[in-house]
Design a protein around this ligand. Structure first.
Ligand code: HAM
Length: 429
């Protein structure tokens, strides 16, 4: 036997047992985006490497070490599998004029790729559902996104298990001044900084990210470091205050976390994350913020942006964790069994008739022969609510047997012309 080939590390297959939950979660996402009037976009998985270098930032972890980048010998161009969706969305929006002089509310869903060390909740191919609003500088847009996510958590039954962390990181000038103050402070404490090699390296490349450290000694030291909010400009302060007021008025709880800076370079003013402690160390289910400079930075006419992305693997894990017995739609509603001379074509006709009459029902026709005992086993395994049985007698008499596979009602025989009405009644309950 030849050697089997397995999936790459950190890249998952979705099994038929898992897909109903994913479909349900994705359905809730789509429905929620629609109720806020957002439009779906789809953009390529592969983009020019420069897009992410310029968009996400050269000194970020993503660009420094996590991108799947390649080129073809015959072409000089460098390609990258998208590590996130915002840069590609902005690229497409500029290219097609979607945001020129207009507001736009967009969403997307799809796979992203990061070369990270795989663990629970962290994969090399993962999926994000993202939302981006363009052309609205007001804090109302930030608030709308947060309310949208809160509604989604409610629908998914996880509202009590996620907490909102909020911060303002101001504009570029603020961050430059703050960076200098933070670096000066840390240079006086190099002994502590050295305990965390990643942070030590970031002192020169991306000092603000040091605030994200998991090292406890460094975390304790950072409590005494200069505070970003003491550097905030008046406009950023007013923007943040307005956002907080709307959230307060709408009863959305949040925690202001001054150490929250996010791992991508494009943010300004608002940043936020929804975190849970039910998933271990990979607890950020959703992250986002404002990026008013990105469109111009990528060559477009200046337009404000604000958005977020949800990690779907983490979201699905959380839904499962909180509600393991969630009732999902059945994958099969009606299972049609048939056996005996001349029953095949009538069974096919019956199945097509039902699919035509009830597009929302899932009808499966038994196609692999065998006696009724074997066929009933399959019908039970399918999870269907009803079995419809056609034998030679039923075909001769123009009838069909209806059996409730959950034993909620007696088995009955009906004329085929009465079947549609009977099914209508059974599935309207
Ligand atoms: P991000 O924080 O890098 O932001 O990713 C958003 C979410 O994607 C994370 O909170 C997490 O749930 C999920 N995620 C990230 N990396 C992985 C991974 N390796 N495995 C599993 N899940 C992962 C962004 O990507 C921004 N584009 C969000 C945004 C949109 N900001 C503004 N607009």
């Amino acid at each position: 036997m030849s050697k089997t080939i397995q999936a790459l590390r950190g890249m998952n297959d979705l099994s038929p047992n898992e897909s109903p939950l994913w479909q349900w979660v994705e359905g809730q996402l789509r429905e929620t985006f629609a109720t806020y009037g957002y439009s779906e976009i789809r953009s390529p998985i592969i983009e020019s490497t420069d897009l992410f270098k310029r968009g996400v930032g050269e000194a970020t972890d993503i660009v420094e070490k996590e991108m799947f980048t390649f080129s073809r010998d015959e072409e000089k161009e460098s390609f990258t599998l998208r590590p996130e969706g915002t840069a590609g969305c902005v690229r497409a929006a500029i290219e097609h004029g979607w945001i020129y002089n207009q507001e736009q509310r967009l969403w997307y869903i799809g796979p992203m790729f990061r070369y990270e060390r795989p663990q629970k909740g962290r994969y090399r191919q993962f999926h994000q559902a993202g939302v981006e609003i363009f052309g609205i500088p007001n804090a109302e847009a930030d608030a709308e996104l947060i309310l949208l996510t809160a509604r989604l958590w409610e629908k998914l039954g996880i509202r009590q298990h996620v907490k909102l962390q909020l911060n303002s990181i101001g504009g570029l000038d603020v961050r430059t001044q703050y960076r200098e103050a933070l670096v000066a402070f840390l240079q006086n404490h190099l002994d502590v900084l050295k305990q965390d090699p990643d942070s030590e390296r970031r002192l020169t490349t991306n000092p603000l990210r040091i605030l994200d450290t998991k090292n406890q000694a460094l975390q304790a030291l950072l409590n005494h470091a200069p505070k970003l909010h003491d550097f905030l400009d008046e406009e950023s302060k007013a923007h943040f205050a307005r956002l907080c007021t709307i959230l307060d008025d709408m009863g959305v709880e949040y925690e202001i976390n001054q150490k929250l800076v996010r791992g991508l370079d494009y943010y300004n003013k608002t940043v936020f994350e929804w975190v849970t402690d039910a998933l271990g160390s990979q607890g950020t289910v959703c992250g986002g913020g404002r990026y008013d400079g990105l469109v111009a930075q990528l060559g477009g006419h200046a337009s404000e942006g604000v958005g977020f992305a949800i990690g779907l693997e983490r979201l699905v894990l959380l839904v499962q964790e909180i509600n393991p017995h969630i009732r999902l739609p059945r994958t099969v509603d009606i299972y049609i069994l048939h056996s005996g001379e001349g029953t095949t074509s009538p069974a096919f006709r019956l199945a097509e008739l039902i699919r035509q009459a009830f597009p929302h029902l899932r009808t499966m026709l038994h196609t692999s022969g065998g006696n009724f005992k074997k066929q009933f086993k399959r019908a039970d395994k399918s999870g269907a609510k009803l079995a419809l049985v056609l034998g030679e007698n039923e075909v001769a008499e123009g009838t069909v047997v209806i059996k409730d596979l959950f034993g909620e009602s007696e088995q009955i025989t009906v004329q085929q012309c009465e079947l549609i009405a009977e099914l209508q009644q059974r599935f309207s309950q």
